[in-house]
Write a protein that binds this ligand. Structure first.
Ligand code: BGC
Length: 747
């Protein structure tokens, strides 16, 4: 195992010495306390449970202000007792400083607490959902987005975000696909590292940095049937080749914490999985931070049937390498007896305490426990610079899926534009999943974005048309009338925020409710129909794909949704995003992903090949796909060598020309396939990309360097090898098109 510089920083002699001294002074209760994360509990609030209240908050039925005002118990006596290592869900400079003061000044050893929160895509300045951001392939911008989230969250007293989610998912039924970087391992790894670097900055003691948490370790995105929390069964080779690399990238980038996942893998819950938490994470990845469970996942090992009771579950989890129990009190209730009677060896307990204290030292919390103030919070949150960055990120996240006859971009001085659909003038659904600290009032809707973009002579005819879901009495009359009078129709349709994210698996992936019927009615008017999609996952939209003039995939873009969509619709920004997940034609094709292993009978004209008898085998839109207002041509693929050794580098160059009339950005993608190997290999895999800006007529020779040592796979003994033989290489605009070359790897 080779540690990166960032990983080596975790072990410092001075800190380890201080930790030894502290551990020597701690009682058993205080030690276990460090392994506990607890959230303020709410009482008497509408007679609802905390989970129900959080659901109301997520649904927007309760505003963050109302939520904050609820009577709550901050466990101050236990903080005083020194038995709470971390709190989740404490928001605000004043509150966090007040609680930290109790820990520092009133507890026996004065150990600071860590305040954690799900800061998933922005804090108050809500950025696009992570899936959308990934479509930009703009790594610097993604890093900046995480940095801004860290600045705002740290100003509000947060030390630690439960992000990035680096789960690969090939299943759009799984609602949490919205929280990750899509289906590709290489891209997912690059983005995982960028997000960790953005949150953590160069130094954890920087008061604008927060701890990252790579989650959910591991393979949570492979839940059978796309159903959240479901079981995962896969070969260890697939686990290591497809699902673990983004976690390794996060660890190598210095991620301070990891979160274990809810699922079991091949029969062992991740939370109690020694192979994952110790052998792989610490042994192979060189991780020196700490691992937190997912909420209640320790106790759920009993429900899994992997432990007889909570005692056994907490013991197994701790022995497997889990350090902190999130929220539900299992460790604090079920470890003390076992630690007292020696069932749990003291060294194991001490080691977990050490890992948590180490991070607190690295953050500088012992010297500087109050990292923010009310003034700093007010100055930082939602400042103009952050809002501008959210707009930049949002427009780069948009993917243009169709643009018949170059109907887009629209002229700003059209006479009449119909803007219809249930998401056109909607603020809260632009925030997307996990925007706990976001507020609808900060959102610029798409309707407002369009209104501020067009000329003063342009008339905007708005009609909602129908609801997002349900709506059996939908009456499209007003929307159709608006469309009939207009030059073009912009229909904004899609999903609600809570239709993706946690516990939001769907078995149908079409537009919910009456929205497709609305689109059909609008289409009948024969006016050019531009569809703007707002969604947290790929949707199955063959009718839209066939009949709309243009499709703008806008995902859930956060508070600057309106300006970003308007920038694209009216050509102030030339769309450059590409899909990071395959769009299925029909839900029956799922799981469908571009880098599938080669079958012995690839789909062909004859019946006995790998396909369907009742629909296409091809997806609606492939991975890597996205259009621009200009066109690009690819020529002259050159390899630095066609004979290489496994320890050498290979440089791929290709001439990319902007063949259209406007400047545009292109994401040049390089895919590799190992033609013959001792294990069946994927048809192709992304191994490099570059985003470039070209003026009309400009040609650039794009060079992408590959390490041949990274083109291998895990053999049957789980050793990573690069087998000699023929490899194919593809350079192009998406996973389906491109120039082809080949090279040989020799021994
Ligand atoms: C989710 C995690 C999240 C945690 C804390 C869990 O239900 O699975 O992703 O970080 O809650 O809010």
């Amino acid at each position: 195992m080779i540690m990166t510089n960032k990983q080596e920083k975790f072990i410092r002699e001075d800190y380890e010495k201080k930790i030894d001294e502290l551990i020597a002074k701690m009682t058993l209760k205080e030690k276990i306390g460090q392994l506990v994360q607890i959230s303020p509990s709410l009482f008497g609030a509408f007679g609802l449970t905390v989970d129900e209240l959080i659901q109301k908050l997520v649904n927007g039925e309760l505003s963050p202000e109302e939520f904050e005002k609820l009577d709550r118990d901050y466990h101050e006596d236990e903080i005083r007792e020194g038995i709470i290592g971390s709190m989740g869900g404490v928001i605000g400079a004043e509150k966090s400083n007040e609680l930290q003061r109790i820990a520092i000044e009133e507890s026996r050893l004065g150990i600071p607490m860590l305040f954690g929160l799900d800061v998933i895509h922005g804090f108050r300045t809500v950025f696009p959902i992570p899936l959308a951001e990934a479509c930009s392939f703009d790594i610097d911008m993604i890093k900046k987005s995480a940095r801004i989230a860290a600045k705002e969250a740290s100003a509000a007293g947060i030390h630690w975000t439960f992000a990035p989610m680096v789960d690969i998912s090939r299943d759009p039924r799984w609602g949490r696909i919205a929280e990750g970087a899509g289906e590709d391992t290489y891209l997912g790894s690059v983005i995982a590292a960028a997000r960790v670097e953005g949150f953590q900055g160069d130094d954890l003691s920087d008061t604008e940095s927060i701890l990252a948490c790579a989650k959910h370790f591991a393979a949570y995105g492979a839940a059978v049937a796309g159903r959240d929390y479901n079981t995962v069964d896969m070969s260890l080779q697939t686990l290591h080749e497809v699902y673990l690399p983004p976690f390794e990238a996060a660890a190598k980038a210095g991620a301070a914490t990891f979160m274990s996942s809810f699922n079991d893998i091949n029969g062992v819950p991740s939370t109690a999985n020694k192979y994952l938490l110790t052998d792989v994470l610490r042994g192979k990845f060189g991780f020196n931070g700490f691992v937190v469970s997912d909420a209640n996942s320790v106790a759920e090992c009993v429900v899994h049937g992997h432990s007889a009771d909570r005692k056994e579950a907490s013991r197994k989890a701790l022995l497997a390498g889990l350090d902190m129990d999130m929220s539900h009190g299992t460790f604090r209730e079920d470890l003390p007896d076992q630690a007292a009677d020696g069932t749990i060896p003291e060294e194991v307990l001490n080691e977990a305490v050490r890992r948590i204290l180490r991070i607190k030292f690295m953050m500088g919390l012992f010297d500087n426990p109050y990292r923010t103030s009310k003034e700093k919070e007010e100055k930082t949150i939602l400042c103009a610079e952050h809002i501008e960055a959210a707009r930049e990120m949002a427009k780069r996240s948009i993917v243009l899926l169709k643009n018949e006859n170059n109907i887009l971009p629209l002229k700003k001085n059209l006479k009449k534009i119909a803007v219809v659909g249930p998401l056109a003038d909607n603020a809260e659904e632009m925030l997307g999943t996990w925007a706990v600290t976001g507020r609808a009032e900060d959102v610029v809707t798409i309707l407002s974005g369009i209104k501020s973009k067009v000329s003063s002579e342009t008339e905007i005819l708005y009609a909602k048309g129908c609801e997002i879901t349900g709506d059996k009495d939908a009456d499209f009359k007003e929307a159709v009338e608006a469309a009939s009078k207009a030059d073009v129709v912009i229909a904004v349709v899609g999903e609600k925020s809570d239709m993706s994210g946690e516990a939001s698996s769907r078995m149908y992936l079409d537009l919910p409710g009456k929205q497709e019927e609305l689109l059909k009615a609008l289409h009948e008017t024969n006016k050019p129909l531009i569809v703007v999609l707002i969604n947290g996952r790929p949707l199955t939209i063959p009718w839209v794909s066939e009949n709309a003039a243009s499709i703008v995939e806008a995902w859930q873009l956060g508070i600057q949704s309106g300006p970003a969509v308007a920038d694209v619709l009216f050509g102030d920004y030339n769309p450059s995003g590409k899909l990071v997940v395959t769009f299925p034609y029909s839900v029956g094709q799922v799981p469908i992903y571009y880098n599938h292993p080669m079958t012995g009978r690839p789909a062909g004209k004859i019946k006995f090949t790998s396909k369907y008898i009742d629909g296409p085998v091809e997806p609606l839109y492939p991975f890597g796909f996205g259009l621009s207002y200009t066109t690009f041509s690819y020529n002259n693929l050159v390899l630095s060598s066609t004979e290489v050794k496994a320890n050498e580098k290979l440089i791929i160059s290709v001439d990319v020309t902007n063949t259209g009339n406007v400047a545009g950005e292109e994401i040049v993608q390089v895919y590799v396939s190992d033609v013959t190997a001792s294990r069946v290999r994927p048809v192709k895999e992304l191994k490099g990309f570059k985003k470039i800006l070209l003026q009309p007529g400009q040609c650039e020779t794009v060079s992408i360097e590959l390490n041949v040592s990274e083109l291998g796979f895990y053999n049957e003994n789980l050793e990573y090898i690069v087998e000699p033989g023929l490899f194919k290489i593809y350079a192009g605009p998406n996973s389906k098109e491109g120039l082809e070359g080949e090279f040989n790897v020799y021994e």
